[in-house]
Design a protein around this ligand. Structure first.
Ligand code: TRP
Ligand code: SF4
Length: 405
């Protein structure tokens, strides 16, 4: 892999506390997080304030949901030695940045975010005509920008929020990254890199600005990142000089689109708590086995002797996730010729799901038995996050002339 500058190598993602997680979360999100933590500096947080934007009426269920969710993260293999795990509301810097960004965010940008109208439609029974709900994508922008994250793993529905984050960052840099004598300060900063690096930087900047040469842009970014003797301010001046018109105080993140999970629910729809078709990561093996044994099959197979069609059967979708090619052709053949029964057909799925859950449940049990350990993992994560968030906020205050001390 190519060298990635430190700030771009930071990955951040959050999840609302919805309680115990299920196989849909595992296949759709957590497996991806687990992979990312080996390669990048990862920050994973519990978005408890986000839960309040839609569920402000009964927050009393949030605390338990947080513990359950964090234990499931750990059970799924998020490693606190590799990734920072923390809780949004424990880092009040998110709120201050949200407030400051709200000053420069046009209302129209928020009203146009697709989830604003969609969610209001979907959650009709709730009154979502609130200030908090309108501002929630901006809170998400603050979550991302406070850590200067370069990559944000999200699903399709959240890409628009990362896009908004990019626009807000650009606007912030444009308004507050300007300095009266920006050019000459950038030129002075460039000299500090030494003759050779300064010359290379100038060539790369020219190639990018005049010909849109992306490789030159990458190279110049790497060059900056590797300069030992540049202050933070100078580095930001030079990256702004390279790409735009002012200092780049808040870098623009990229969405890291996670492949849509193919995990079906027990009824063949997408697995989701609201459809009541889930297998939770911590469901007892007997419960899992019973749920799979009683799940619906092709409704045309009334009797054992009736042939069926896997395309009409939710069990087949489980085979698509869990079975080898060999097992899959056994299903296709056996179902269509009534050569196998449905219970028989479900057995390899039952075995595979139980096998997948077993190590997770063992890890979950370890953490359930040591609540103090879980608490200290979160404390550590919060401490590291607060440090990073504090540094960014200090720069933001400085850029906005809010440093009165
Ligand atoms: N809004 C996201 C969701 O509802 C959760 C979230 C909050 C998030 N802040 C974030 C995701 C920052 C990625 C980055 O799923
Ligand atoms: Fe579904 Fe398998 Fe039964 Fe066919 S044999 S209907 S694929 S459970």
């Amino acid at each position: 892999m190519n060298f990635v500058p430190a700030q771009h190598a930071r990955v951040l993602s959050g999840m609302r506390p919805t309680g115990r997680l299920h196989l849909g979360h595992h296949h759709g999100v957590l497996k991806n997080w687990v992979e990312l933590q080996h390669e990048y500096d990862c920050y994973f947080f519990v978005a408890d304030w986000h839960a309040l934007t839609t569920h402000y009426e009964d927050p009393s269920i949030i605390p338990e949901s947080i513990w359950d969710m964090v234990i499931d993260w750990l059970a799924a293999g998020i490693d606190p030695a590799k990734a920072k795990i923390f809780i949004q509301s424990r880092i009040p810097e998110h709120a201050e940045l949200h407030l400051l960004l709200s000053m420069i965010t046009p209302l129209g940008w928020l009203e146009r975010v697709p989830s604003y109208k969609d969610q209001q439609e979907k959650l009709k029974e709730r009154d979502l005509a609130t200030y908090g709900f309108l501002g929630y994508p901006l809170l998400q922008a603050a979550d991302i920008l406070i850590y200067k994250a370069g990559m944000v793993p999200v699903g399709e529905d959240q890409v628009a929020h990362v896009e908004l984050t990019r626009e807000v960052a650009r606007r912030f840099n444009h308004i507050y990254g300007r300095e009266a004598d920006f050019e000459s300060m950038a030129e002075a900063a460039k000299k500090k890199m030494g003759k050779k690096a300064a010359k290379l930087f100038s060539q790369q900047r020219k190639a990018f600005q005049e010909q849109g040469d992306q490789a030159a842009l990458e190279a110049a970014r790497n060059l900056l990142e590797n300069q030992q003797n540049l202050s933070v301010d100078d580095r930001e001046r030079l990256s702004g000089y390279l790409e735009g018109s002012g200092r780049q105080i808040l870098p623009e993140p990229q969405p890291l689109l996670t492949r849509a999970s193919k995990m079906p629910g027990l009824d063949g729809q997408k697995m989701s708590k609201s459809y009541n078709n889930t297998i939770a990561l911590r469901d007892a093996p007997e419960t899992v086995e019973k749920a799979l044994r009683t799940m619906p099959t092709d409704t045309n197979r009334v009797r054992r002797t009736d042939p069926g069609d896997p395309a009409r059967c939710p069990v087949w979708q489980f085979h698509e996730v869990y079975s080898t090619e060999e097992v899959k052709s056994w299903v296709q053949e056996g179902c269509r010729t009534a050569g196998i029964g449905c219970i028989e057909c479900k057995q390899p799925v039952i075995d595979a799901v139980l096998e997948e859950l077993k190590p997770m449940q063992e890890r979950a049990r370890e953490f359930e038995e040591q609540p103090d350990l879980v608490r200290s993992i979160i404390d550590e994560g919060c401490k590291a996050a607060a440090k990073q968030a504090g540094e960014t906020l200090a720069e933001v205050r400085q850029a906005m002339s809010l440093n009165y001390r």
